[in-house]
Design a protein around this ligand. Structure first.
Ligand code: PLP
Length: 368
């Protein structure tokens, strides 16, 4: 089938910046510093300033960012084996892997059907809950209520929402610490793997930095049995080129989302709830729901008209084979229903507003 409206093409995404990206890569090649370069320091400064935290630490990828935060809390004695961390069941699996990989227990929460984010009203708190990981899924801010029990640690999974904000506060600066991903498909994407931790907790930042560099405070002096998860300076330099364009990229996504929200007018398609304020959403994905088991028919209809779609995510995390055994008795009806209903429409810069209007028109022709 002829694809007229691709879901995402990374060459197209990077095309406007290719000159700056080549210059950035050349700078690193010429510098002769291929680990721990000045590019990393400058990138971390620029990222921290943008997010509004006193620290940003570049790491290998988004999963490492989250696991280094949790490992950091363990080393600081603020989290312990047997503690539970609440993670929404509707997310990418990395959110949960970060918890279980560190030897803590994950407890899955159901989500709100309108926002797809954690449903705070039904948080499965118990006596072992020490931390919660709100995921700003699809690019929508997941606001953290101030009614959480005292001492609860809030770790944001900010892989999908760079640039979103709530009352002037950026995601990545809402909780106690946040993990971000610069995986190539994210709103700000590297040309390979890359991630970062942002936090205003200087002690945690120092610990995370050591843990990601073999647990060393100074060369050949290892405080912790750490790991190697350093940000590649080539990726740091590329990200320095791309970060200043983040707002424009997010504006492009908002413009496409706006077209979908006004043009899609088909009772079989449930469009996402409009954010309270445009700043609350950076539309990493534009996700609609198709009820009554007709999602696959909808995807076939779109494909027949040349529209590529995707599903984020087809299986809730508690039903993944790696967690299914421990979650046999876990029932999270909203997350389970979303997994059967969600479809993502193209929303990146690969889609023009005219394309989005065409795609909406095609969606409106779906009859089930
Ligand atoms: C992409 C993503 C991650 C992991 O990022 P990587 O850089 O691929 O390790 C974690 N959580 C969510 C919600 C993501 O979308």
């Amino acid at each position: 089938m002829n694809i007229r409206y691709p879901f995402l093409n990374l060459a197209t995404v990077n095309e406007p910046y290719i000159g700056e990206i080549r210059d950035a890569v050349a700078r690193v090649i010429d510098s002769g510093r291929y680990i721990g370069s000045n590019e990393n320091k400058e990138f971390e400064k620029e990222l921290a300033t943008m997010i509004g935290t006193s620290n940003a630490i570049g790491v290998g990828n988004g999963l490492d960012a989250l696991r280094l935060i949790i490992r950091g809390y363990i080393e600081l004695g603020r989290l312990h084996r047997g503690d539970e961390v609440i993670v929404p069941a509707n997310s990418f699996v990395a959110s949960a892997l970060a918890v279980t990989e560190c030897g803590l227990d994950v407890r899955f929460a159901d989500v709100d059907p309108d926002t797809a984010n954690i449903d705070w009203a039904r948080l499965p708190l118990d006596s072992r809950t020490r931390a919660v990981m709100p995921v700003h899924l699809y690019g929508r801010v997941c606001p953290v209520p101030d009614t959480l029990p005292d001492g609860m640690i809030v770790i944001e999974d900010n892989a999908q929402a760079i640039g979103a904000s709530l009352n002037g506060r950026m995601t990545g600066a809402i909780g106690h610490a946040a993990g971000m991903s610069f995986y190539p498909t994210k709103n700000v994407g590297a040309l390979g793997d890359a991630g970062a931790v942002t936090t205003c907790d200087d002690e945690l930042a120092h610990t995370v930095r050591m843990l990601g560099n073999y647990g060393a405070d100074t060369p050949y002096h290892n405080i912790y049995a750490g790991i190697n998860s350093r940000l590649d300076p080539i990726q740091a330099a590329i990200l320095r080129a791309k970060l200043p364009h983040m707002a424009a990229e997010n504006a492009t996504r908002r413009r496409n989302a706006e077209v979908y929200l006004t043009e899609i007018d088909n009772p079989l398609i449930i469009t996402p709830r409009v954010p309270d304020s445009p700043e609350n959403h950076v539309w990493h994905q534009f996700v609609v729901r198709i009820a009554d088991g007709r999602r696959d028919a909808f995807r076939r209809h779109m494909a027949a008209h040349g529209v590529e779609t995707a599903v984020h995510y087809p299986t809730p995390i508690h039903r993944q084979p790696c967690y299914a055994a421990t979650c046999r008795h876990t029932s999270l009806p909203v997350a389970e229903q979303l997994a059967d209903q969600v479809v993502s429409l193209p929303v990146s810069r690969c889609t023009s507003p005219a394309d989005a209007a065409e795609i909406a028109g095609i969606a409106n022709l779906f009859r089930g």
